[in-house]
Write a protein that binds this ligand. Structure first.
Ligand code: DHK
Length: 148
């Protein structure tokens, strides 16, 4: 059984499309989920969002035992959560850290990502379309050549 790709989303991303559209655009998280499933080219996607740190850690633990790769937009937890960093450290597969906005162009509180310390790659500033690119890149990182 091929392992799924986990696409995990942090706090406030439920409001994607309504929240700060000048930064994140009008695309909703449901549309983003559809894009990830399309970009996965038939590979199973586990797509989750939570405003709760413990839930995101629970899904990372799930991926440790049964996931091929993790695409994660930890949102504000990127800069605050050592607990999420510690969970990701236990994951052997590729991790793609994703941000809709270019965090390095924003206020200083968004400059020091804890997750980047364990991420295989970081995508930031491509808007919601970054999810599609991150998923496609993940197929390559996990060596999914099913469509090659
Ligand atoms: C989303 C957030 O909620 C912010 O806390 C991050 C990230 C940036 C994003 O661009 O996807 O700083």
């Amino acid at each position: 059984m091929t392992k799924p790709i986990y696409v995990l989303n942090g706090p406030n991303l439920t409001r994607l499309g309504k929240r700060e559209p000048h930064i994140s655009g009008h695309t909703t998280l449901a549309e983003v989920e559809d894009w990830c499933r399309e970009a996965a080219e038939g590979r199973e996607i586990v797509f989750r969002q939570s405003n709760a740190e413990h839930e995101i850690i629970g899904w990372i633990h799930e991926a440790i035992d049964g996931g091929a790769g993790i695409v994660i937009n930890p949102a504000a937890f990127t800069f605050t959560s050592i607990a999420i960093l510690d969970a990701l450290k236990q994951f052997d597969g590729p991790i793609v850290e994703l941000h809709i906005s270019n965090i390095h162009k924003r206020e200083a509180i968004y400059h020091n990502s804890l997750v980047s310390k364990v991420a295989t790659a970081v995508i930031a500033g491509l808007g919601p379309a970054g999810y599609r690119i991150a998923t496609a890149a993940m197929l390559g990182l996990i060596g999914d050549t099913s469509k090659a």
